[in-house]
Write a protein of this length. Structure first.
Length: 162
């Protein structure tokens, strides 16, 4: 289902405010809890933040491919494998947060210049099939909100541990 202009505007605003939500959630986590994992195979708050940085840099390329290329191919990736291979547990979360803020600001400014007729372009995602600009916006408007909630769930679990 294609987005109308008001729905797109609302999603773009959510997209813009995502980094502040994520940073606030990170700041609420005590230093002792930042690397704590709620269970085997689950990410710590730090790993969540670093994942978001990788995801944001890739998302910035994805929307540019969708807006500028003919029949773009959006390649999926295994986020758990990235977390392992790139050792998210040892990465700098403050650097990751700054990257997220910068990439989102730059992409937001780019999207502000996109003409209305550019929205609705389609490509193909290697994991989910047809994938367009509206799909991208729905996904990434919510992405940092979802991970903000994940960080807060981690914190609640850390505070409630026996």
């Amino acid at each position: 289902m294609s987005l109308d202009a008001p729905a797109r505007t609302a999603l773009l605003e959510r997209y813009r405010t995502g980094p502040a939500l994520l940073r606030q959630a990170w700041l609420e986590v005590p230093a002792a809890a930042r690397s704590w994992r709620p269970s085997e195979g689950r990410w710590s708050a730090q790993e969540v933040v670093v994942h978001c940085a990788d995801s944001e840099t890739y998302a910035a390329i994805r929307i540019r491919l969708l807006l500028a290329e003919r029949d773009p191919l959006i390649v999926g990736y295994d986020e758990n494998e990235w977390a392992r291979r790139f050792d998210y547990a040892a990465a700098d979360p403050d650097l990751a947060l700054r990257l997220i803020e910068t990439v989102r600001a730059h992409t937001s400014a780019t999207l502000d210049r996109v003409p209305e007729e550019a929205w609705g372009r389609l490509g193909r995602h290697t994991q989910s099939g047809a994938y367009g600009t509206d799909d991208w916006l729905r996904n990434y408007a919510a992405h940092l909100e979802l991970h903000t909630a994940q960080i807060r769930r981690n914190l609640a679990a850390w505070e409630g541990r026996a």
